[in-house]
Design a protein around this ligand. Structure first.
Ligand SMILES: Nc1ncnc2c1ncn2[C@@H]1O[C@H](COP(=O)(O)OP(=O)(O)OP(=O)(O)O)[C@@H](O)[C@H]1O
Ligand SMILES: Nc1ccn([C@@H]2O[C@H](COP(=O)(O)O)[C@@H](O)[C@H]2O)c(=O)n1
Length: 417
């Protein structure tokens, strides 16, 4: 037991904890003993003397179960917590160690609510793969300590909370590959297969995959992908290109998955991104078939899947994105590469005007694009950083006809059409 505790203490104190405050991560570490003067980390700076704080970190060995639990936990906590409680996203990780990220929440309870919150936490920890910690403040208000919840009654191990340097990588970057961005069809299929019992629709989705895929097959005719944020004019341009070039128009996710798309949009990122990744491979097979007969125009493809996933996984400014050239921006080796990818760019105000005049329903991510300027700039920057089939930006603000003419010039120059 003593050895087990020692190991736990060693492992736990090598971790950094990150709490989202105003859309950006704030970091703190823990130490067995304090060296030097205590400096309360800014995460706790707004906590009142009588308030209590808690963290919940999901630590399931099965990532599908863990991600679904983490996803549902926010709603559950929002329903159960007494009014006035604070709830923030939180994570814990070992700097630079891939796969070390644990996701969770940080709670702040107002004086008088502690016993209700503690009942909720005890029940949660007993029934679920979650590790709860409580935080208490010293009498002089200068020092916070962290205590593992399940040990808090007898022989508790108390850690001193200390400020931590901002790590080189945003914590989400550590778990991004094959969790937010899938690098092979097999990896994406593995996730969907694990969901078979909880989401029966996955069997139908997997049933749409062709029996074999050949990413190295060179299409006879050019394959041109049109990318961009919503309402930048992709539908308008792809339809005009189809007519002007006598091309076949495809999209990703493909038509055959539309019945299940809404279902997967309600799932946590791991499952949702696996669905869109698989969609790209189904579209790739359709491209292979059609590009032997005519040019093919594709409305969204891999860039959309990767850029939205990366930009959602990290928070804060563009500088929090994985650095330019990082592995996460590479084109997957087993996915067909288009001949040309055009990225439609548009001034945010004009994009909003077009959205309003179209007046259609928006997904959560589209809502987010409207309200969160940082998210929008992260998506656009992630689009630009993707290599392997890099995109060429095209200003989509002129009239639809002028944008078409510009796109045709690009296609003729790059694809010799
Ligand atoms: N060049 C243009 N100038 C002015 N309006 C445009 C132009 N291109 C498209 N629009 C209009 O802007 C709106 C959005 O265009 P469109 O549906 O083609 O965008 P989209 O990128 O396909 O959107 P989404 O990704 O959400 O499907 C539509 O009402 C369309 O008629
Ligand atoms: N290949 C794709 C296509 C789309 N997505 C995701 O869908 C959302 C945008 O699609 P619209 O049809 O509304 O334009 C966006 O949130 C992407 O996450 C994708 O991942 N891969």
């Amino acid at each position: 037991m003593a050895r087990h505790l020692k190991l736990l203490v060693q492992r736990w104190s090598s971790r950094v904890f990150s709490v989202e405050v105003d859309g950006a991560p704030r970091y703190f570490g823990i130490r067995e003993q304090l060296r030097g003067e205590p400096v309360p980390p800014d995460v706790f700076s707004e906590v009142q003397k009588q308030d209590r704080c808690y963290s919940l970190l999901v630590c399931s060995g099965d990532r599908v179960t863990g991600d679904r639990f983490h996803w549902e936990l926010r709603d559950r906590l929002q329903r159960q917590l007494p009014p006035g409680s604070g709830l923030r996203s939180m994570s814990s990780f070992i700097p630079d160690q891939k796969g070390s990220l644990l996701k969770g929440y940080f709670l702040q309870s107002r004086a008088g609510n502690s016993s209700l919150i503690e009942d909720i936490l005890t029940d949660l920890e007993q029934r679920n793969p979650v590790l709860v910690c409580s935080y208490s403040q010293s009498e002089d208000g200068q020092q916070w300590t962290q205590c593992l919840w399940y040990q808090s009654e007898d022989n508790p191990v108390r850690f001193c909370v200390v400020p931590s340097e901002t790590p080189k990588h945003h914590p989400s970057v550590l778990n991004m590959i094959n969790s937010d961005v899938f690098y092979s069809l097999d990896e994406a299929c593995d996730v969907l297969k694990q969901c078979g019992d909880i989401i029966p629709e996955t069997r139908s989705v997997l049933g749409m995959l062709p029996s074999s895929l050949d990413a190295r097959r060179k299409p006879d005719f050019p394959v041109i992908v049109i990318e961009g944020l919503d309402a930048t004019g992709k539908t308008t341009l792809t339809e005009s290109l189809r007519d002007s070039l006598g091309a076949t128009l495809l999209r990703s996710p493909p038509q055959c998955l539309s019945a299940w798309r809404g279902r997967f949009d309600r799932e946590p990122p791991l499952i949702r991104r696996a669905f869109y990744a698989v969609g790209n491979y189904i579209t790739a097979e359709q491209i292979n078939q059609e590009a032997s007969k005519s040019p093919v125009i594709v409305d969204r493809f891999w860039h959309s899947t990767a850029a939205y996933a990366i930009a959602t996984a990290v928070t804060g400014p563009v500088s929090n994105l994985p650095h330019e050239g990082a592995e996460v921006y590479h084109w997957p080796g087993d996915l067909l590469q288009p001949s040309l990818v055009i990225l439609l760019t548009l001034d945010p105000e004009e994009r909003k005007r077009r959205l309003r005049s179209r007046g259609l329903m928006k997904t959560d991510e589209e809502e987010e694009l409207d309200h969160n300027k940082l998210f929008r700039t992260r998506v656009e920057e992630a689009y630009r950083r993707i290599v392997g089939s890099a995109c060429i930006a095209l200003d989509a603000s002129p009239s639809a006809d002028l944008v078409l003419q510009q796109a045709l010039l690009l296609i003729r120059a790059k694809c010799h059409l």
